[in-house]
Ligand binder design. Structure first.
Ligand SMILES: Nc1ncnc2c1ncn2[C@@H]1O[C@H](COP(=O)(O)OP(=O)(O)O)[C@@H](O)[C@H]1O
Ligand SMILES: [Mg+2]
Length: 308
């Protein structure tokens, strides 16, 4: 049987009387990178902590490669790699020593652990810092170290919680490339972020969470087509015929006396100006615009708010 890499099934989680997660369900397939996007406090970290088995759901379950995280935690854990939001390694130990110690839990001998440690430190770009004490690692280095730990088991499912947050451009590029490699290797990756544009060039699909609920699941192509190119047009003498003319070029919206044209393809600004002038309009303003990804994000959130 081939399993979807992991499925989150009707997870609800209360903290006291506060419902942090309300019946969350989604799945991530083999070779798929899914962005998990929501504002701060939406419930991303809580979801991920439940997925990796460090927090129990009030109800619901997560099935990882066929194993239940609530009933078969040990087996499920072997299929999971996790880089937490704020990896805390305020340890006096040298990175490689701590790695060897942790690898012991996976049944590796000291020499095996040392060999694997060298290889993984190299893969995560920490070769030069193997002997440095963890408490002297920067946040980015801690994230790389957490990644090396998460790879000990060669898991097929990864959970990255705000992994790009606080990284320099080099660190960001490193994680992007790594996630793409995981995808090619057929692994499943869930990638949380509070910034939609951050996952734009990484995710195949985005699950949007807002106030503990899934409000939308969209492919990156769908999201990009929501953020279409647009033109803002203003004429000093509009009349009833004007929208008809503009409709030939794109979808027309009117806001503050300005006509906003939304396109599927690339707009031909000159052609539009020519036609407007030929029809006796005096064009005050015409400029390119684009609905940004963050606007798409807020639109989705807004729609979810209206439904409640
Ligand atoms: N251990 C906890 N005790 C009480 N409330 C919590 C706890 N963990 C998270 N929360 C609350 O649950 C909500 C979701 O938090 P979190 O999952 O960390 O959001 P995100 O990662 O999307 O920023 C927030 O309102 C947060 O304050
Ligand atoms: Mg978080």
């Amino acid at each position: 049987m081939v399993y979807a890499m992991f499925t989150v099934e009707n997870i609800t989680r209360y903290f006291g009387r506060f419902k942090a997660l309300d019946n969350i369900s989604f799945k991530v397939d083999n070779g798929e990178i899914v962005g998990y996007v929501g504002l701060n406090g939406a419930g991303k970290t809580t979801t991920i902590r439940i997925c990796v088995g460090v927090l129990r759901p009030s109800s619901g379950d997560v099935i990882v490669d066929g194993y239940s995280i609530t009933r078969q935690k040990r087996e499920a854990s072997f299929h999971i790699g996790w880089v937490p939001e704020l990896p805390i390694f305020e340890l006096d130990e040298k990175a490689i020593d701590y790695f060897v110690y942790l690898a012991g839990y996976y049944g590796l001998s000291r020499s095996e652990a040392h060999r694997l440690g060298k290889e993984l430190f190299e893969q995560v770009g920490l070769s030069r810092f193997m002997e440095r004490r963890l408490k002297h690692y920067s946040l980015g280095m801690k994230k790389r170290f957490a990644l090396a730990i998460s790879m000990i088991n060669d898991p097929r499912n990864f959970f990255f919680d705000e992994v790009l947050n606080g990284l320099d451009p080099k660190g960001i590029a490193f994680f992007r490339d790594l996630v793409k490699r995981f995808k090619r290797e057929g692994r499943a990756v869930l990638f949380s972020s509070h910034i939609l544009s951050e996952v734009e060039n990484i995710a195949d699909r985005v699950v949007f969470i807002h106030k503990g609920r899934i409000i939308a699941v969209k492919t990156m192509d769908e999201i990009k087509s929501m953020a279409k190119p647009a033109l803002v047009v203003k004429v000093s003498n509009p009349d009833d015929k004007l929208p008809k003319i503009l409709e030939k070029y794109g979808e027309v919206r009117v806001r503050n006396g300005k006509y906003i044209l939304v396109f599927r393809g690339k707009p031909d600004k000159n052609q539009i100006v020519r036609e407007l002038v030929e029809n006796g309009y005096s064009v005050e303003e015409i400029r390119s615009a684009r609905t940004s990804l963050e606007k798409v994000f807020f639109k989705l959130i807004g729609e979810a708010g209206e439904e409640q």
